[in-house]
Design a protein around this ligand. Structure first.
Ligand code: SAM
Length: 194
């Protein structure tokens, strides 16, 4: 989907993904994590930045990236209002180089927003934007839809795409927004160093 497509979704307020708060699964995960020491995190396709602010609240150096200028503008405004410190930048995660490689990447509703044919490029982008040994935390949307966005995926597809490059640390079914309960899968990966 093009930049114009996503910008138009914001301009026309056609944003059913906008839930007014971070991924419940991410909130629960961050509560279990020891306070990070100088860890950077990238949230690609960050939208209005709820997940970025959750990482910032937890003590990360948090950055959000999005294709849509209105998403970035809203993210900057909401972060200032919340009195939090986080960086936001316009970028195409599939095409652009990272400003610097990150310690963590958090996936939430970008994998299902891009065309399924772009998923190979998505994996290559995670490898480009993440440090070797870095951690990739993902919330995947396990729906059957083929006429997205959102485009569905399966646990099998995700494992097939990421296992060659990552060690799986843990997987679980997270707490979700009400209309996604039981439809999400969280996977916590560490990028292989070799
Ligand atoms: C379904 S929305 C999800 C937003 C946010 N993750 C959330 O859950 O609220 C998908 C977001 O990804 C952005 N996006 C789509 N393709 C992108 C790309 N190639 N690079 C960066 N952002 C992209 C869109 O502009 C949109 O903000």
């Amino acid at each position: 989907m093009s930049r114009d497509y996503w910008e138009n979704r914001y301009q026309t307020k056609d944003m059913p993904w906008e839930k007014g708060g971070p991924s419940p699964g991410l909130v629960d995960f961050l509560e279990t994590l020891p306070p990070p020491t100088d860890q950077t995190v990238c949230v690609p396709g960050c939208g209005t930045g709820h997940d970025v602010r959750a990482f910032a609240r937890a003590g990360f150096h948090a950055s959000g990236f999005d294709l849509a200028p209105s998403g970035i503008r809203l993210a900057v405004e909401k972060t200032a209002l919340a009195g939090l410190s986080a960086r936001f930048q316009l970028a195409d995660f599939l095409l652009d180089p990272p400003p610097r490689p990150f310690d963590w990447i958090f996936e939430h509703t970008l994998f299902c927003a891009i065309q399924p044919a772009e998923r190979g490029a998505y994996v290559q982008s995670v490898l480009r934007w993440l440090k070797p040994g870095g951690q990739f935390l993902a919330v995947h949307y396990l729906i059957p839809d083929t006429d997205g966005p959102p485009f569905g995926t399966t646990r099998e597809e995700v494992l097939r795409m990421f296992l060659p490059h990552f060690d799986l640390l843990s997987e679980w079914i997270p707490r979700s927004y009400p209309n996604r309960t039981g439809l999400e899968l969280m996977l916590w990966w560490r990028r292989k160093t070799g």
